[in-house]
Write a protein that binds this ligand. Structure first.
Ligand SMILES: [Ca+2]
Ligand SMILES: [Ca+2]
Length: 331
């Protein structure tokens, strides 16, 4: 009887989550202790169920639409990396599995004269252990120079190690999580110049080091290139660096528009014939217009750049949800 009552309460709670009742549910979930399945595994935040309007019908660049806007329902809470996957976490995977990332990475290229702009070059000797920054990458910076194929290898290994269902987030899960319950152009509002407390952007400091010839956030976030993960403010769901620091591979095959795209939080499936995959959030070198929540990058599976990384998602089982509900002290 008590169990039946308990299960009934769980069902009501899950229905409330599914209806997208926001505020208090979000703040409770953001304050929950993170999930961590092993000492070297990424810490995970519980992202609540809910609905949101994905995309923008106003802000896309020519040839890069971000709509049509549609309502997406995330019916079930899921876990998402609190931060981008770090060099240390990826190194653990490589050491344990013997996985080899193909060499070569697109890295920044210094300006040839004081009047010229910095640019990019494909460097065969660069890679995730030597990503070409002015300072050596540290273990707590996000891993870069990894393709989507490498990210998939990591989540597959992590699943096997832990017995949990790790994966890349879908593009809609990513955007929902990045919003953190907000509806602005950025997770902090609609002014890029107010973002330096929340995101490692292409800011004044970054532009002073390297002028790529595009717009910048007129503020100082403290980092000219990569930032160690989790140093700036979290969003409403307790997630760090969703916007900025590194672009993040997601699960979806890129389609030019959201016409016919899933509305249930699942990914647009792709196979070997998918030429480009979605990548989101912008990075340390991105102009502010491309750091927007709805902007969509798209690149081949094996593109390796010093500004592309990823974060993991993990399914939450009924048992996981029941455990966390028990941990919540409802009034
Ligand atoms: Ca910066
Ligand atoms: Ca990011």
């Amino acid at each position: 009887m008590r169990r039946a009552l308990f299960v009934g309460v769980q069902c009501i709670a899950i229905v409330i989550l599914a209806l997208g009742v926001a505020g208090p549910v979000q703040s409770k979930q953001a304050s929950m202790p993170p999930w961590r399945d092993c000492a070297d595994c990424p810490a995970l935040v519980t992202v609540p169920a809910g609905r949101f309007l994905m995309g923008s019908d106003l802000d896309g660049e020519a040839g890069r639409p971000e709509g049509p806007v549609r309502e997406v329902r995330i019916a079930r809470p899921f876990a998402l990396g609190m931060t981008e996957v770090t060099v240390q976490q990826f190194a653990r995977f490589v050491a344990a599995s013997g996985y080899r990332v193909a060499p070569g990475c697109r890295i920044q290229s210094a300006a040839s004269t004081s009047a010229a702009k910095a640019g990019w070059r494909d460097e065969p000797a660069a890679g995730w252990q030597a990503p070409g920054f002015s300072q050596p990458a540290t273990m707590d910076t996000p891993v870069v120079c990894v393709g989507r194929v490498d990210a998939l290898a990591y989540v597959s290994w992590l699943s096997a190690q832990t017995g949990q269902a790790y994966r890349l987030p879908s593009e809609s899960e990513w955007e929902y999580a990045a919003r953190g319950g907000g509806s602005g152009i950025y997770s902090w509002g609609s002014n890029a110049d107010l973002g330096c407390a929340y995101a490692n952007l292409y800011d004044r400091r970054a532009r002073a080091l390297q002028d790529f010839g595009w717009g910048y956030a007129d503020c100082d976030d403290g980092y000219a290139e990569l930032a160690p993960v989790g140093r700036l403010k979290a969003n409403g769901f307790g997630l760090y660096d969703m916007l900025g620091n590194v672009w993040e591979w997601v699960a979806d095959c890129y389609r030019l528009t959201y016409d016919g795209a899933p509305r249930d939080g699942t990914a647009v499936l792709g196979d070997a014939g998918c030429e480009k995959w979605s990548v989101r959030g912008g990075g340390w070198m991105t102009r502010p217009t491309r750091n927007r929540l709805t902007f969509r990058g798209r690149d081949p599976n094996d593109a390796r750049y010093s500004y592309f990384g990823f974060r993991v998602a993990r399914d939450l089982s009924d048992r996981d949800l029941a455990e966390r509900k028990m941990a919540i002290s409802d009034p």
